[in-house]
Write a protein that binds this ligand. Structure first.
Ligand SMILES: NC(=O)c1ccc[n+]([C@@H]2O[C@H](COP(=O)([O-])OP(=O)(O)OC[C@H]3O[C@@H](n4cnc5c(N)ncnc54)[C@H](O)[C@@H]3O)[C@@H](O)[C@H]2O)c1
Length: 333
């Protein structure tokens, strides 16, 4: 029987560090790990333009340890990694557009810090397990669909190049030094706690920001580009499995969804669910140059290794996300 869930009590009393734990995915992961009785240390730099938000941690604020430090700070890392069993690396400069405007910051956070983290892990007496969040952006413009892990890697922007380098550091340290590493390549992830207050991250967070500011959503071009989407609970489930399943060590896996949509379809869905207004505008030049066209993933590999598959469809996930922001939007805008 293939495992689709984590073993009961596997995370109980495990010491887990989540880098980027106040951000969208990291905070949702922290909440799940606390439910599983793990000892969670959230590390986050809380730099204003990124996705960190202390309200994200509100349900568990008294149950986690919080350390406001920057993953670039080489002096704090040895202290943070003491007696740890698992590290989740979700800290990152995630904006494609910011990576083009400020490539050096992207390099420092997404590459240099990652090598530094790995080197610190090497110095530890026991081998701690690392789960690294990579991105589908590293494939660049798909040469075929759905995109599997064997697809050529031709990133179209600085962020994609740096995330690709980072996942290579992680897999190299696994091969050479036997550090137990699992890499997940995430596709568009959405849900409660995503950062919606600026227009620097993915198109869905930007659209949510517009909807809750009573502004029109802007659909670039004809809106015909295809995308797949994972609701946050499916991604958290994959992260938990990656923290436990030993067969996955040293491997790279796509996440994704079997159902894909055009951006126009997504706008129509949001119109139906929350009366979103939208307009078509020309593709802004700076974004057009780094757009990847149509993309959706083949996630057979992770399904074969672990039984994972996405359980939440887009309409259901969007409804839950809308309900969350209707309730808590003042903490996010
Ligand atoms: N959300 C998606 O659709 C998506 C898709 C593909 C890949 N990913 C990857 O998943 C990871 C998490 O993304 P997210 O959507 O939760 O983003 P997010 O911006 O909400 O979270 C990232 C967190 O990292 C923190 N951070 C940034 N720089 C830091 C630094 N130097 N030191 C310490 N903390 C720092 C931020 O404050 C933020 O809390 C990222 O690595 C991203 O590349 C996300």
């Amino acid at each position: 029987m293939k495992k689709t869930k984590t073993t009961k009590n596997y995370f109980k009393n495990k010491n887990i560090v989540i880098f980027g734990g106040a951000g969208f995915i990291g905070s949702n992961l922290a909440i799940e790990l606390v439910k599983k009785s793990a000892n969670v240390l959230v590390v986050d730099s809380m730099i204003d333009i990124y996705g960190g938000n202390l309200f994200n941690l509100q349900p568990i604020i008294k149950k986690v340890k919080l350390n406001f430090s920057d993953i670039r700070d080489i002096y704090t890392l040895p202290f943070l990694l003491k007696n740890v069993d698992i590290i989740y690396v979700l800290a990152g400069q995630v904006s494609h557009i910011l990576s083009m405007d400020d490539p050096i910051t992207d390099l420092d956070i997404n590459c240099k810090s990652q090598i530094n983290l790995l080197q610190n892990c090497l110095k530890l007496s026991k081998k701690l397990r690392i789960v690294f969040a990579s991105t589908r952006q590293i494939y660049g413009k798909p040469q075929y669909l759905p995109v599997d892990e064997k697809h050529p890697l031709e990133p179209v922007d600085i962020n994609g190049i740096h995330k690709l380098a980072a996942e290579k550091y992680y897999t190299l340290f696994n091969k050479i030094y036997d550090i137990p590493v699992v890499v997940l390549r995430l596709t568009n992830t959405y849900g409660e706690r995503m950062m919606i207050r600026n227009n620097k991250q993915g198109f869905l967070p930007i659209w949510f920001g517009k909807i809750f500011n009573n502004e029109k959503i802007q659909v670039f071009g004809s809106g015909s580009q295809l995308r797949d989407f994972n609701y946050i609970s499916d991604v958290i489930n994959a992260l938990l499995i990656a923290g436990e399943n030993d067969k996955m060590i040293g491997e790279i896996f796509n996440l994704g969804h079997h159902k894909y949509y055009s951006l126009f379809d997504v706008a129509e869905l949001l119109k139906k669910l929350v009366n979103a207004k939208f307009e078509f505008i020309d593709f802004p030049e700076n974004l057009k140059k780094i757009d990847i066209g149509d993309y959706y993933s083949d996630y057979k590999k992770i399904r074969e290794f672990s039984g994972w598959f996405p359980r939440v469809n887009l309409e259901e996930g969007l409804k839950k996300t809308i309900d969350y922001y209707l309730k808590y939007k003042k903490y996010y805008l």
